[in-house]
Design a protein around this ligand. Structure first.
Ligand SMILES: Nc1ncnc2c1ncn2[C@@H]1O[C@H](COP(=O)(O)OP(=O)(O)O)[C@@H](O)[C@H]1O
Ligand SMILES: [Mg+2]
Length: 273
């Protein structure tokens, strides 16, 4: 969208924040999640705009990870977990029985709290997804995809001379960037990150935060964080969860400076959580 003022143009109507919102990439309607008899998510509806970083914040146990895992059907791997409601990616129902879950998780990649590289070389970690999804047809293309993914994850310079050494030999921050490179190598639309910096030191955290900011040019990013400072630094939109409910969602600056709901205000001012 171009917003440049043309000299001599008639005064334009003010643009409302809603009008500047990118198209919705992921939409959920009345999503409820149960672990056995216990309900963990109480009917969450949200539209996540594309090429934007959205943060999920809220006190521990409020359901951030549970809700995040709905978005690439990671909860399918938890036998007692049941999800109801509607979740669409580009308008397509991701819980439709015809959806190939492995392919879905390539389109909606995930980065976890603790860096979890495979016990394989740096190269093979990143090549793993492209190989199983048959994204490249020859060695040169695969090498190019691995290189570009490592570059995009801000790791290439540090590892270019040791691509065939184990990924587990890297520092924690490098391992997390390797996991990000692995997630983006399948050219996902959406990258889910569940507290991706919680195991990292402040310097590695700052590097990953910068990276997240760059990645939003290409990907839709949803990050769970227990750090309100991090949400304020990295995200354009923030959703506040409490006891399985989505309390409010909006522009990050509005959520932190001018929340609509008292519960949000209490949380950001440190009264709850
Ligand atoms: N695998 C699981 N089995 C049973 N209950 C779970 C499981 N994972 C999470 N829960 C419960 O669901 C609720 C939300 O947890 P979670 O999504 O991990 O919250 P958050 O990420 O906000 O800390 C909590 O009450 C938690 O105990
Ligand atoms: Mg969590």
């Amino acid at each position: 969208m171009t917003m440049t003022a043309t000299p001599g143009a008639e005064a334009q109507a003010p643009v409302s924040p809603a009008a500047t919102l990118n198209r919705s990439k992921v939409s959920t309607r009345d999503v409820k999640v149960y672990y056995g008899e216990k309900q963990a998510i109480n009917g969450v509806s949200i539209d996540i705009p594309e090429k934007t970083v959205t943060s999920f914040i809220g006190p521990s146990g409020c359901g951030k990870s549970t809700f995040l895992r709905c978005l690439n059907r990671m909860n399918d791997t938890i036998p007692i977990c049941r999800v109801t409601g509607e979740i669409t990616l580009d308008g397509e129902d991701i819980y439709d029985p015809r959806i190939d879950v492995v392919e879905l998780r390539a389109r909606v990649g995930m980065v976890f709290q603790k860096p979890n590289p495979f016990p394989k070389s740096i190269f093979d970690n990143v090549a793993y997804g492209p190989r199983i999804h048959g994204l490249t047809t020859n060695k040169t293309d695969l090498e190019e995809l691995v290189t570009s993914s490592l570059k995009r994850a801000g790791l290439f310079k540090e590892v270019k001379d040791r691509l065939h050494e184990p990924g587990t030999g890297l520092s924690g921050g490098q391992q997390q960037r390797l996991c990000i490179a692995r997630a983006i190598a399948t050219k996902p639309d959406v990258v889910l990150m569940d507290e991706p910096c919680s195991a990292l030191d402040p310097i590695a955290t700052a590097i990953v935060e910068e990276l997240i900011d760059e990645l939003r040019n290409r990907f839709t990013i949803i990050i769970v964080t227990h750090s309100m400072q991090q949400a304020a630094r990295v995200s354009q939109r923030t959703a506040f969860f409490h006891l399985g409910n989505l309390i409010e969602e909006g522009r990050t600056e509005d959520i932190f400076s001018n929340p609509r709901e008292k519960q949000t205000e209490d949380y950001i001012s440190g009264k709850i959580g």
